[in-house]
Every structure is written in C-alpha cells, then in structure tokens.
Design a protein around this ligand. Structure first.
Ligand SMILES: [Zn+2]
Length: 540
C-alpha cells in the first residue's frame, strides 16, 4: 500500500516537480491550432502524399529511382512538388506547342483528382506504353519469375519501349533493326515510304532488344538463322498498335523487321484519301450496288489497302454481311468477319474464298488477287449476287484488265462483272507547318498550264521540328477512277482484244490521268511536282 501510495502522483504534484524551462515552455497557445496553422499542416501533409503519387506517374523519374524519390517526397514533399513541377513545365515548354494555361491545368488539375482518376490519367499519358502478347496479355508481368528477368532487364525493356513508342509517334509504317558490318546495329523507321536511320546501337544492347521483341512476339529466341515470324501489340494512350515481326539471320547477326499496324490511327474515310469529286461519286455508286466488282490497283505501297478500308467505311455493316480475307489484317473492323491468309496453315486467298462463299456474304473483300484461282472465284462471286472489293498489283486501270485476262478470266465475263477500276499512287503531303510558296521553273510552269492549272499557287518543302525536317508530313493518294461503261465493255468483248495494246493504252491513260490528278494537288499546294513525277514517270 505504501508503494502504491508513492506511485500515485497527482497532476498538481507534477506541476510542482517539473520546472519551467522558459517562459513559453508550456504556453498553451503553442499547442492550440488556429485555422491558419491547421490549414498549413494539412496542406503540407496532403502535398507529401500527393507527391508520392506525382512521382509514381512522373515521366521524369525513371522506374529505378521511383521508390527512393517516393520515400524522399514523404519527407520533403512540397519541395519535390515544386522541383518536379518546374522540371515538367520546362520539358513541356521545350517540346513546344503547349500553352502556359495547359501547363497550369496539367499541374494543378492533378491535385484534385482521386487516385483512381490518376491511374486512368496514366493511360492518357503520351509516353505511356505497355507491351502485350498477341492475345493481349501483359507478357512481362504474367510470365514473371527469373526467366524473364534474365531475358529482359529493365534497361533493355525501357530501351525497347522507347524505340517502339518513337516509331509510333513518328508514324513509322515499319521499324527495321539490322546489323551492320562494323559491329553495331542500326534502327531505322520507314515514314511516308522513306527509310531513315534513327539510332545506332552497340551489338549487345541490340541483341538484348531483339530478344525481348522476339520473346513477346512468341518467337523462338534460340533460333537466330531461320526466318521466323510473330506478332505482339502495344497499348499506348491513343489505343492499341499491332506489330508483325519477321526475323532472319543475316551477315553479322540477326535482322528484325516490324510492321506497324496502327489501329489507333483509325481508318481513313473515302473522302480523306484524295479522290476527285467525280471519282468519289463513281466509287460510291459502285459500292451501293448489290453485286459486281470494284478493283483497286497500283504497285506495292500505293495505298491500295487504305482505299479498300475507305470504301468499307461507307458500307452499312448492320444491313450487309461483310467478310474479308486479308494478308495481313491491318485494321480490325468491329462488325465484319475477317480472315487472315496463313500459307503455313494452308489458309490461302483461294481456299479462304471457298469458305467465305458458304458464309452468305453480301460484300467480299479480297486483300489481293494473286492467282488465277482467286481471280476466277472473285469474278464468279461478283456475278452471283455479291459485291466484291479487291486489290490487284498492276500499273494502271487498263493494265489491270490485261492482267485479269492473263489470269484466264474471259473478257466477256470480266466486262459484265466490273463496275469500277481504281488506279492509284501515293505522294508525300507537304508539311502544313513549314511549306512556303515556290518558284516553279519554265518546264514546270508549262506542264501545269498544259493541264490548266495555275502555277502561282505551287508550294515547296522547307522542314521544321514537326516534320523531322523532311518538309513532308503524311501522304495523299492520286487516283484515276475508271468507270467500266458500255464503250469499254464493247471494246473488251469485241473481236481481237490485244493484251499488249490494252496495257499500252492503260499506261498512256494512267500517265495522263494520274499526272493530271497529281498536278491538281501540286496547284493546290498539297504536294510537289517532283513527288508527282516520281510516281508517274515509269508509266509508258
Ligand atoms: Zn514541317
């Protein structure tokens, strides 16, 4: 009891025992929180937490340092907030094309969103990229474990991300990674049909990148000589981008070619392709027919597939059953049945056509007519209540007819099936941000005036940051639309149609019509005379 009594010390006793260390030591005003102090403290605390989030989604802090900076930001949050804000602001301003109020809303807009919103914001980040295998799973996350760690270290993955994302941003249609003799690899992008070197990478790093791409594309990493192919996809802020990968052993190492199929870019509409009003009307009329055939022709890389998809954009998928066979499928059409050619699995254009005809289609799209069998089935389908849209590799409209007759299609059958033949080339479109009025020379003025165009409105390429100093951005088609009218039908079905003559006539017409269409775009300041010459001189 005595002990207990001793241990029981009253508050008043404490007050006597503890001496004052100064006049303010236990001054109650220090401990009480006025509204301003409370605001500052809560604000500070909130900024600390907010900074942890900011760090996580910042594009300036690399993955490796994120944990460290997060911990630091808990302690000195507001300072990190301002440092990151200033740094973000500086890089954004340097990138150009962004206004100060954009930056303010970017900086402070984030401060009032919930964590969930911030995560979706991450998906909208322009530098966001996630690699998924062809079935849409996150390969590197789901595979987990040590195999993947050794396969692809963080640095390699980041570098791969960078190369792919840059390619997408620069609108590359292909990304090529191949070894040069001097022990380095080059990374090249094909943009608007032109290849350009974007990076040179030392062998070890390049090999690691090649392996990481092959792994995610489902290819055998150990096989370095035989030609392989695979596919994967990348999820970026704008949507999904598909990649088709082909590898092959070449002198000095292994070459990788990536075809970029950018679903996110979307399909071009028929009126965005570069058609004249008359051409657009003829095509529209043809695809509104219940049966018959529309052919798109041109050399490789002339935008045939884009025009094909453009036509499909005018079709009502709900009332018409659309079935396609393609090589490869470049855009996913949500309401169509799409088949992909795969020679290894014996899925060819010809035997796909057979299975398509059993699916009661209204519209059949044939990616490319390559052989007699496919040609015959396509023409037959066009005769039996189907609208057939197809592409064919040939130099001009009439040469296409010659080519089909060559593929054992009877002229009479052909004449009655065909509605319209579209012949086209792609020219580079002048960059709108830097093009300037040009002074055409006498020869150029003459050719423009020959077709009745005003030489005073011609523009020339200059080059700026937006177009990577090329002076060009994107491409536009020049198109010659041939309506298969009664006259032409009569010519085709008449006696003694000469293939050679048909081809010759076709090239003459093609040169004249494609050049006129091209010069119309030169006079409109859309492209240059050199571009038009480049794609039309080989004709005739
Ligand atoms: Zn430019």
């Amino acid at each position: 009891m005595i002990l207990l009594d001793n241990s029981m010390v009253s508050l008043s006793q404490i007050a006597q025992i503890v001496p004052y260390s100064g006049p303010d030591a236990l001054n109650p005003s220090i401990l009480s929180f006025g509204p301003i102090k409370l605001f500052v403290l809560v604000g500070w605390f909130y900024l600390c937490l907010y900074c942890v989030q900011r760090v996580e989604y910042s594009t300036l802090v690399t993955e490796r340092y994120k944990a460290l900076v997060s911990v630091l930001s808990l302690v000195i949050g507001p300072f990190i907030f301002f440092v990151l804000s200033v740094a973000d602001m500086t890089t954004k301003l340097q990138d150009g094309d962004i206004h100060f109020d954009d930056i303010l809303s970017y900086l402070f807009g984030n401060a009032f969103v919930s964590r969930k919103n911030l995560a979706t914001r991450k998906v909208r980040d322009e530098n966001y990229i996630e690699l998924l295998d062809s079935s849409g799973r996150n390969f590197f996350v789901e595979a987990g474990g040590k195999d993947v760690e050794s396969l692809t270290d963080q640095k390699t993955l980041e570098f791969t991300h960078h190369i792919l994302l840059e390619g997408i941003k620069q609108r590359a249609s292909d990304i090529l990674i191949d070894p040069k003799s001097s022990g380095i690899y080059t990374v090249r992008y094909r943009v608007d049909g032109y290849l350009r070197i974007v990076d040179e990478v030392e062998t070890d790093r390049a090999k690691a990148m090649v392996n990481s791409i092959k792994a995610i594309a489902g290819m055998d990493i150990a096989e370095r000589r035989r030609a392989l192919d695979g596919a994967f996809m990348a999820r970026i802020s704008a949507g999904d981008v598909y990649f088709r990968v082909a590898s092959a052993g070449v002198l000095g190492g292994e070459k990788l070619s990536l075809r970029v199929l950018n679903q996110a870019q979307g399909m071009l509409k028929l009126d965005q392709i570069g058609l004249s009003e008359e051409g657009h009307r003829l095509i529209k009329e043809a695809i509104d027919q219940p049966q018959g055939m529309v052919l798109v022709c041109g050399p490789t890389g002339s935008g045939k597939t884009t025009t094909l998809y453009g036509m499909l954009g005018e079709v009502d998928f709900y009332t018409r059953n659309v079935v396609t066979v393609e090589d490869p499928i470049e855009y996913v059409l949500p309401h169509a049945s799409q088949m992909e050619v795969n020679p290894k699995a014996n899925i060819t254009f010809a035997n796909s056509m057979r299975s398509i005809l059993r699916q009661d289609p209204d519209i059949i799209v044939v990616g490319e007519i390559r052989d007699s069998e496919t040609a015959k089935m396509a023409v037959q389908a066009a005769h039996t209540g189907h609208l057939v849209l197809a592409t064919l590799h040939s130099s001009s409209n009439l040469a296409t007819l010659a080519r089909l007759i060559d593929l054992e299609i009877k002229p009479l059958v052909l004449a009655s099936a065909l509605h319209v033949i579209i012949s086209q080339r792609l020219v580079r479109r002048l960059c709108d941000h830097c093009k300037q009025p040009a002074q055409p020379d006498a020869e150029q003025i003459a050719s423009l005036e020959r077709y009745g165009f005003d030489p005073g409105t011609v523009m020339q390429p200059v080059g700026c940051k937006k177009c990577n100093n090329t002076g060009f951005m994107g491409r536009v088609a020049i198109v010659d639309v041939l309506h298969v009218d009664d006259n032409l039908k009569a010519t085709l079905t008449g006696e003694g149609v000469s293939l050679a003559q048909l081809k010759q006539d076709g090239d003459n017409r093609g040169r004249s019509h494609l050049r006129r269409e091209g010069l119309a775009k030169v006079a409109a300041g859309i492209t240059t005379i050199d571009e038009v010459k480049r794609v039309t001189t080989h004709l005739g």
